[in-house]
Design a binder for this molecule. Structure first.
Ligand code: TRP
Length: 337
């Protein structure tokens, strides 16, 4: 029996930040050390081109994200780590899935709906500036997942709906044609899946409020000092559950240290003091990987080789599966029955 597959993708349109690390990278790398599961992680560059037409940024982000995962200890020998666009069978599957995915299902996708709402709120045509790529983004995601028959898909809360759509599409295919697809399940880590950004909103490159995962120590300190707080003075009790400083602290600290920081907040720790402690904690966790990261960024050929090796593991699986899928839908040689 082969092991259950855990699979997740990272869109290559930005610079890795602390929120990505806590919500996705760290749990994924930890899970990949389990011998119970087979891990597939990939750079979702087909998805990235939906988000931006800045081609330099796509290439730079691909290098940064791949380097970050490797620097943080991803073992490319045990994990299948690849670039989505090295597996063109995924786009072929996406097309086949497009033929069975209900348009009505995709009309309900949050990302599409909120883009339409934004347009309407400024008296624009609802679909202004919305590409078919954005509209069928969840179908491409379903293809990523179903191509490898993943059973577990670790994602942030904002992606749960997409996994539900992948389930729906898989069931529909299995019912219409042949039971070829495993029905995937979303895996969401509730404790720390979303981190708050500098301005108090969810940390996200689209809000421009991120703390980069890898920058110099000096810069990291500067970013942490910029986290929004309130005007309470040292000595005045502070509410840990209302504070991004505390939230990031608990994403990095042990349970015991989280508890003592909670007490310190109630006892009125000063913001400067709390931020200093936070810097030391985060810096300590990242200091070694940071060095490896900046080294890898200088050696794209090393990273490229690892990705090519990864696609050599992933592509034969995709090729074998797409053969069965084509066959099931009737794309086959005339001599075949
Ligand atoms: N859309 C996901 C995100 O923005 C990235 C992604 C692409 C993905 N394909 C996937 C995640 C397949 C899980 C499985 O976070």
């Amino acid at each position: 029996m082969s092991k259950p597959i855990v699979l997740t993708g990272i869109t290559t349109s930005g610079t890795p930040h602390l929120g990505n690390y806590v919500g996705a990278i760290r749990p994924a790398i930890n899970a990949s050390r389990s011998s119970e599961l087979d891990s597939f992680f990939f750079l979702a560059d087909y998805h990235a081109i939906v988000k931006t037409s800045d081609s330099k940024r796509i290439a730079q982000s691909t290098l940064e994200i791949a380097s970050a995962w490797i620097a943080l200890g991803l073992d490319c020998n045990t994990v299948t780590f690849y670039r989505q666009s090295d597996i063109p069978e995924i786009t072929e599957l996406a097309w086949i899935l497009n033929t069975i995915a209900a348009k009505g299902l995709l009309n309900r996708a949050h990302a599409y709906k909120s883009a339409v709402q934004n347009n309407l709120s400024i008296d624009e045509d609802g679909d202004a500036g919305i590409s078919m790529g954005l509209f069928s983004y969840p179908v491409l995601m379903a293809a990523d997942i179903l191509m490898f028959n993943a059973s577990l898909v670790p994602v942030g809360k904002d992606q749960i709906q997409h996994i539900e759509m992948a389930r729906d599409i898989a069931q529909r295919f299995n019912h219409l044609y042949e039971t070829l697809f495993e029905i995937p399940t979303a895996q969401v880590d509730d404790k720390s899946s979303v981190l708050t950004g500098l301005d108090g909103r969810k940390m996200s490159k689209s809000y421009n409020n991120i703390i980069p995962l890898f920058c110099s120590e000096k810069q990291l300190k500067k970013y942490i000092n910029k986290i929004k707080t309130n005007l309470l003075e040292p000595g005045q009790p502070k509410d840990p559950d209302e504070s991004a400083v505390f939230e990031i602290w608990s994403a990095f600290a042990s349970d015991a240290d989280t508890e003592s920081m909670r007490v310190a907040f109630k006892e009125g720790i000063g913001w400067g003091d709390a931020k200093n402690k936070l810097f030391n904690l985060v810096n300590h966790e990242l200091v070694e990987s940071r060095e490896r990261y900046f080294d890898l960024i200088q050696k794209p050929e090393v990273v490229e080789d690892l990705l090519i090796e990864g696609s050599k593991k992933a592509r034969p699986i995709a090729q074998e599966n797409i053969k069965k899928i084509r066959h099931a839908v009737g794309l086959k040689e005339l001599t075949e029955q």
